[in-house]
Design a protein around this ligand. Sequence first.
Ligand code: ADP
Length: 454
Amino acid sequence: MPANLTFAALKTAVKSGEIDTVLTCIVDMQGRLLGKRFHAVHFIESGFEETHGCDYLLAVDVDMTTVPGFKASNWTRGYGDYVHKPDLSTIRRIPWLPGTAMVMCDLLDHHTHAEIPHSPRAILKRQIARAKALGYDAMMATELEFYLFEESFEHLRDQGYRAMTPMVRFNNDYGIFGSMKEEAVMRALRNGLYGAGIPVENSKGEADAGQEEINIRYSDALDTADMHTITKNATKEIAHQQGRSVTFMAKYATAKAGSSSHIHQSLWSKGKPAFFDKDADHGMSQVMRHYMAGLLKHATDLTYFLAPNINSYKRFTVGLFAPTKAVWSTDNRTAGYRVCGADTKGVRVECRVGGADLNPYLALAAQLAAGLDGIDQKMELEPEMKGDMYSSKKARDIPHSLRDATVAMDRSKMLRAAFGDDVIDHYVHAARWEVSEHDRVVTDWELMRGFERL
Ligand code: ADP
């Protein structure tokens, strides 16, 4: 389902007074929407052509700190502007905000109008174009998990995130009664997204107190990444409107299950599923086997794009449905890569490694880059693993920390060839900053362990 407003329809809605505000949104390195709120009349008169924003938006950490040492944006270069170019095929209504529409923007160089290479949307567009050049459309879906709390964002922040009350107090996996308790937020979210042109399939209670999952129908990879980002933002906004809060941290508490963002992937050729061969094992075509071989060969290298924060690595624990091993299996939730829909036209691979804190543009681009490399090199798929992979000594480990994942990304010839050296250096720098910020901070854990007893 494409975005639900054409530029012509937006103009009509603005003239009739139905829409008075247009949000122009870019995506930052953390996968957040940033931008401006336009008066709709100004947007349809001139804003639709382009607007501008400081280039530091692709060179800050989650705290908006001006991180030193980026080549592309720094004090020496004077932190100039990038062009925010509205992609007019993405205009949509925002039903949960009165009189409001939004549009996704690409980031362009102020002088040359070339796309900014390290912009997440540009990175994904380049890999999609690579797939298209080979004759494939990349179709993907991201599932999103998160926790809902009774208290507001402001209340929890002001009291230091201490006493948080999950909206449902028990493990409510698939629970219909339990998820009814969350319906004020979840129904508004499903219907709000649907009204924004985002085809919600369903939501469900998940495997720990207060945890929910929302599923959106698969689409081409760029549309999927846009929908993922808007869904995340919508969940926060709708929860906030009701005085509630929500978190997409990969792991918000030691004893709780983590929140994932599984990525379902298939390639299509001329409208037909290129991953399906009815006569092959599990219905998996040779193309699918090569693609998956690429995902697995480069699994370690691309972990950063699935787990970009210090906290992301705390999710990879045994026995809580998050994977610890980058191997493949059919319909087995202990494997990092699971084949779903075996022996049907819907046969696809689900990468289960990513957390809800991933940036979908970067994650989808890295998956595609690895899979396409598998196809380019006609890589042989390793044998399927069976049984409980958590305890398997042979299975390939997922890196244990952001530090390890950063080293692997930095050394990856495949990622450097696919994304470009400058782009990889940019993200390696961002990752190293995150590690060094964490290294200098004294945590509650250290205090509790050491204060009296060391
Ligand atoms: P699960 O058992 O993981 O919940 P679902 O049937 O709910 O599986 O599907 C999960 C996601 O996979 C949905 O978002 C769906 O749109 C998507 N999906 C279905 N078919 C395909 C496909 N061929 N390629 C990519 N994604 C797909």
